[in-house]
Design a protein around this ligand. Structure first.
Ligand code: ZN
Ligand code: ZN
Ligand code: FE
Length: 759
């Protein structure tokens, strides 16, 4: 053989199984006339190749550049080997045994190849709503165990026909080892039912569904990660009816369109947003509304944005192809319960909401809500990280023990770690009802099994009454580590930015249980992963009625006003003093002065709520953070005015709320427009905290600042603080891989627990 005939072994770790990686390698090796073999291993794939040196080089560079869309290569090693003179290139059958630790692909949208077959009358899968291939379709939500083979998925009940089987066995086919492979002859089917499960006769249930939607009916549609409730977003009556039946007063509904052309009829799309909309994950992206548009005002009232996604399953495409501008596609649930995933449950729980049900007979094992993203300050920000992204791990800077972190109370996710990977679960929900609690337990058991993780440490919040804390305490034979909520927020952002040295952490948040039993949320912390110290916070005010003060921001307004003006506040000329009955305000004042059910809080989220109520935006909210969100939406952008501010030195700096509240009230008296007040308030928080950070930098010699907490979903604040801090030459770190809200807490708990265990 020639001198430049060489042999190499490649080991690739990452998401490389069940995503068409081996056939890709097979075809690539043949293209470059290489011999050898490719096989699955416990941590990924190993490739043995022999051939001309330059061909091997071309093979390697193609491997990195052109791998299948679902593959995620996390680690690659190359080793020279003695030449063995293979006769050909082959795909070696899985050496069974220890294949349990490979990464699983998320569910992704139908690919372009499948889509063109779907609409090709000559294709054998023409209009087949479950068309898929190795590059697309469901994965995570249909897997019950590993390895990822058909018998371990909800496709186990469907026996492939001869044609499908031939594709499945052919390494040159796009459907080689595509576990959900199916066709109309052998695979799942849709059927249309009324709301008590009776069949609706029609030649084409999808066409019938479209015509019912057109008439204004609400249809429950079974998708990839669960049921959606669908309605024509341009039909105001339908949207109003859906709100009433779902008990969802004002929280925005997500909408779905066929393509960018339809979206442009009602929203603006920036180029980075276009990439996100088109990505294989197909998240809901928050897009700025066009002033005049055809969608019902009730889709997202009092909001400058629409939550928009493109169709992502073949079924969505087939429905939207009937010419809708946009369909509401909101989670199929009642208020905050988990979304329905199986047919019977859907009829039981959604029977009073949906008029008809478009169901199918492919089971969903694990629910996964749509992911929600907003572009702010040049980066992608997760509001919810779920379908399409889970279970892709966050890769950590260093190896950690096997840990289960139970997450926060609201927007709960859990996190499991192993070596350098942290798997954050899909959105579980608010752990306030039994249904969510059982989903929480199911996800933990399921994830431990499919990720093959057996935690030796369990991490949870500090709050003694959380369901997740109780769950953690019930577990035996594991070490329990409790982590303060805002410590976890900052640690979460540190982990995704691979920081492990001490930082200044700004945790701006709604609620978190503090080490002193008070409710924190406007904190500057000095954080090293294993511990933290409170350097500054908002000064405490009462939260009259505790949780009731979150639902009724006017209570917080009274608290801040009473705190700033004492009994004098009764003489102020403010809308809320006219709108709320005097006797109710008196009760609140009494609760505050007599300290009845009025925990103390330093929450910045509550200050936003309180200011919103003081300036008359709203007194009550129908979802968490609504008042603060509307305050943000109101702000006019071109103003650098600020209110006076002040902090007191103490063992920690105490930022006073009185000067800000007094400034706002004074502007109200002067008849300044609320949009001006809102923007002054935002700028005050930016100026105040960036200056305070300079003081803390001087004292501690720290230049890295980490921003985390739910209040940073406010893009004026996030953009403003990044800019102000960078102008002061701080190194600023923010979230772009996990949510800044409580959905990111589980990751933080896990890395704090790992750091504590290491000490
Ligand atoms: Zn495909
Ligand atoms: Zn078939
Ligand atoms: Fe939080």
């Amino acid at each position: 053989m020639k001198e430049n005939y060489i042999s190499k072994k490649l080991k690739i770790n990452g998401i490389v199984q069940g995503v068409g990686f081996r056939p890709f390698v097979y075809n690539l090796a043949n293209k470059f006339r290489l011999k050898g073999e490719v096989a699955n291993t416990s941590s990924g794939v190993s490739i043995h190749i022999e051939g001309a040196k330059e061909n091997i080089e071309s093979f390697c560079s193609n491997l990195l550049k052109n791998h299948p869309p679902l593959a995620h290569l996390s680690e690659i090693s190359f080793n020279e080997k003695p030449v063995e003179y293979f006769k050909n290139f082959s795909i070696v059958n899985s050496r069974s045994g220890n294949l349990r630790s490979t990464l699983i692909s998320p569910d992704v949208s139908v690919c372009d190849d499948c889509l063109s077959e779907l609409f090709d009358p000559d294709d054998r899968r023409y209009q087949y709503p479950f068309i898929n291939c190795t590059n697309c379709g469901p994965r995570y939500t249909i897997i019950n165990d590993i390895p990822y083979d058909r018998p371990n998925t909800s496709m186990k009940d469907f026996k492939m026909c001869a044609k499908c089987k031939a594709e499945y066995d052919d390494p040159s086919s796009r459907r080689f080892h595509a576990q959900p492979n199916a066709c109309a002859d052998c695979g799942p089917h849709v059927s249309l039912k009324n709301n008590i499960g009776k069949n609706i006769q029609s030649n084409n249930p999808i066409e019938k569904t479209a015509s019912l939607l057109r008439k204004g009916y609400i249809i429950a549609i079974k998708g990839i990660g669960g049921f959606h409730l669908a309605a024509d977003a341009t039909n105001n009556d339908a949207v109003v009816r859906l709100r009433k039946r779902k008990h969802r007063e004002e929280k925005p509904f997500a909408v779905m369109s066929y393509g960018l052309k339809q979206i442009r009829e009602y929203a603006f799309i920036e180029s980075e947003e276009e990439k996100l909309l088109n990505s294989i994950q197909k998240p809901v992206v928050l897009l700025r509304k066009k002033e005049a548009n055809l969608l019902s005002r009730e889709v997202s009232p009092n909001n400058r944005y629409f939550g928009v996604m493109l169709a992502y399953t073949p079924l969505h495409y087939l429905i939207l192809d009937f010419g809708f501008t946009a369909l509401i596609m909101t989670s199929g649930n009642i208020s905050e319960e988990p979304m329905a995933i199986d047919n019977e449950d859907a009829f039981n729980r959604l029977g009073n909401i949906a008029d008809y049900f478009l169901i199918h007979n492919r089971d969903i094992y694990l629910r996964s809500d749509d992911s929600i993203i907003r572009r702010t300050a040049g980066k992608t920000r997760f509001i919810r990280r779920s379908r399409g992204y889970v279970p892709v791990p966050v890769f950590l800077k260093s190896s950690v023990p096997q840990i289960l972190a139970c997450g926060a109370e609201l927007k709960n996710t859990v996190c499991l770690t192993k070596e350098k990977t942290a798997f954050i679960s899909q959105h579980i929900g608010d752990l306030e009802n039994l249904a969510t609690d059982s989903f929480f337990r199911l996800i933990i058991d399921h994830s431990k099994r499919i990720l093959d993780i057996n935690p030796e440490i369990i991490a949870c919040d500090l709050h003694p009454d959380y369901l997740s804390t109780r769950y953690a305490e019930e577990q035996h034979g594991v070490k329990l580590i409790q982590v303060q909520h805002h410590h976890a927020h900052i640690a979460s952002c540190m982990a995704e930015n691979k920081l492990d040295s001490t930082v200044i952490g700004l945790s701006f948040d709604g609620n978190g249980y503090g080490t002193d039993g008070c409710i924190w949320g406007g904190e500057i912390l000095i954080v090293e992963p294993a511990r933290f110290r409170r350097a500054a916070s908002l000064s405490y005010v009462s939260m009259p009625g505790s949780a009731a003060a979150i639902k009724e921001p006017w209570r917080m307004a009274v608290s801040y006003l009473y705190h700033a003006f004492g009994e004098e506040f009764w003489n102020l000329d403010l809308p809320l003093l006219k709108e709320i009955e005097e006797k109710n305000i008196k009760i609140i004042v009494e609760m505050i002065s007599k300290k009845i059910n009025s925990p103390l809080t330093s929450s910045l989220g509550r200050l936003f709520d309180g200011i919103a109520a003081i300036i008359g935006i709203r007194n009550n909210v129908s979802f968490e953070g609504q008042a603060a969100m509307e305050l943000e939406m109101l702000a006019d952008s071109n103003s650098d005015d600020i209110y006076n501010y002040e902090w007191l030195p103490d063992d920690t700096y105490k930022v006073l709320t009185q000067p800000i509240v007094c400034g706002v009230v004074k502007d109200m008296k002067a008849g300044i427009h609320s949009s001006r007040i809102s923007s002054k308030f935002h700028m005050t928080i930016v100026k105040l905290f960036s200056e305070l950070c300079e003081v803390i930098r001087k004292e501690n010699g720290l230049n890295r600042i980490v921003l985390s907490g739910g209040v940073f979903q406010n893009s004026i604040l996030l953009r403003g603080l990044i800019k102000a801090l960078e102008e002061k030459r701080f190194e600023v770190y923010t979230h772009s891989k996990v949510p800044t809200n409580d959905g990111g807490i589980s990751l933080g708990q896990a890395v704090v627990a790992a750091a504590i265990a290491k000490r």
